[in-house]
Ligand binder design. Structure first.
Ligand code: PLP
Ligand code: SF4
Length: 353
């Protein structure tokens, strides 16, 4: 189907309302969608809309990630408003400090797109916008006062939604804190809005002293469009080491072929697969959830089939604020007196304990 914007020969704006989605033929009206849109804002950039296969909307792995579903109104009793317990670990607004050596700093609450499975769905969206200058100063003061913080992880929201000037000022402020060695940015911008990765933005990502790392959120090989691969190449050429994080999602990437081609495509784009996240217990996201058993079987299938470069670590953020742990399959038997090691092809081998 032709989009009305193509017909008008105009650039499509980011789709932000149910009316926009209906006009584009991406949803059929349903009162439950109003409720879904109230609990998490809607945003689909033109780059993302262009990736949607309209012939099979219900099963399309791109549409499923960004187009609201009536199923978001189904809340299971085990689902939590604060699924990873960030609240209890937030000493000042915008900071989450769970591990001694690293702290999250969330300067902004907006994202280029809103992912329907978002684990921060209670916090992200237009409205809250950025930390005020006073709040940002207080967050930076906290980092300055905590000499054990070696790494600052900028997240949000999406830190690359800050203008280049504000981003540069923030990175310079972190650069001036002697105990901070690493600044890591988590972003969906290179995938969802690659046009934002301008020379000006890349120039803002050049601290004098600290080393910057960029972790890109990407869940399906089709998200790596020509434009997004080009944005990743510019970032990498600009001197940034690139990592990826993927959320394991039912009906989107919970099969071995999709995961294998995603991880390979990331490595080919100079991005080292870092984490495969088990989906969090976020309210209204049961339709995305996969069992840990299934996740482990998928990880086993990747081992032996894919280069070590393309293997992510499968992690769970333990509900209640207990942090992330690897939950991948084990290859070591549990009898310490007769240790058995399983190889990548399923055969057992004895190993002197
Ligand atoms: C995920 C997370 C981190 C980063 O963890 P890594 O394992 O270093 O990637 C740090 N702090 C908090 C609060 C987190 O949720
Ligand atoms: S980009 Fe990240 S923070 Fe923003 S909606 Fe998606 S998952 Fe949530």
């Amino acid at each position: 189907m032709w989009s009305v914007w193509e017909y008008l020969g105009a650039a499509m704006p980011t789709l932000r309302t149910l009316e926009d989605l209906e006009r584009e033929g991406l949803i059929v009206p349903d009162p439950r969608l109003e409720e879904a849109a109230q609990s998490l804002a809607i945003a689909l950039t033109p780059d993302i809309v262009a990736l949607i296969d309209r012939a099979d909307l219900a099963n399309d792995p791109i549409a499923r990630q960004f187009v609201p579903s009536p199923r978001e109104t189904e809340i299971a009793p085990e689902e939590l408003a604060d699924p990873i317990g960030d609240e209890a670990r937030s000493p000042v607004k915008g900071i989450v400090h769970r591990y001694p050596d690293r702290a999250l700093l969330k300067p902004i609450h907006v994202c280029p797109v809103y992912c329907r499975f978002c684990f921060r769905r209670e916090q992200v969206g237009p409205g809250g916008e950025a930390l005020s200058p006073t709040e940002l100063d207080a967050a930076l003061a906290y980092i300055r006062e905590h000499g054990e913080i070696w790494e600052v992880i900028l997240t949000g929201g999406d830190p690359l939604m800050l203008g280049s000037r504000r981003l540069r000022a923030l990175i310079d402020a972190l650069d001036a804190i002697p105990h901070v060695a690493i600044v890591r940015i988590h972003s969906r911008v290179p995938i969802a809005d690659p046009g934002r990765v301008t020379a000006e933005l890349i120039a803002a990502l050049k601290p004098q002293r600290t080393q910057l790392w960029l972790a890109v959120h990407c869940n399906h090989p089709r998200e790596l469009s020509a434009a997004s691969k080009d944005a990743l190449r510019r970032l990498s050429d600009g001197g940034l080491p690139l990592l990826s994080q993927t959320v394991l999602l039912a009906g989107i990437n919970d099969d071995v072929d999709t995961l294998a081609s995603l991880m390979r495509a990331l490595v080919a784009a100079r991005v080292k697969p870092y984490y495969l996240h088990h989906p969090d217990l976020v309210r209204g996201t049961g339709h995305f959830r996969v069992s840990i058993e299934r996740g482990q079987a998928l990880m086993k299938a990747l081992r032996g089939r894919l280069s070590g470069l393309a293997q992510p670590t499968y992690v769970l953020d333990v509900p209640g604020g207990h942090g992330k742990v690897p939950i991948g399959p084990s290859y070591v038997g549990d009898d310490p007196d007769a240790l058995l090691i399983e190889d990548a092809f399923g055969k057992q081998h004895g190993y002197p304990g």
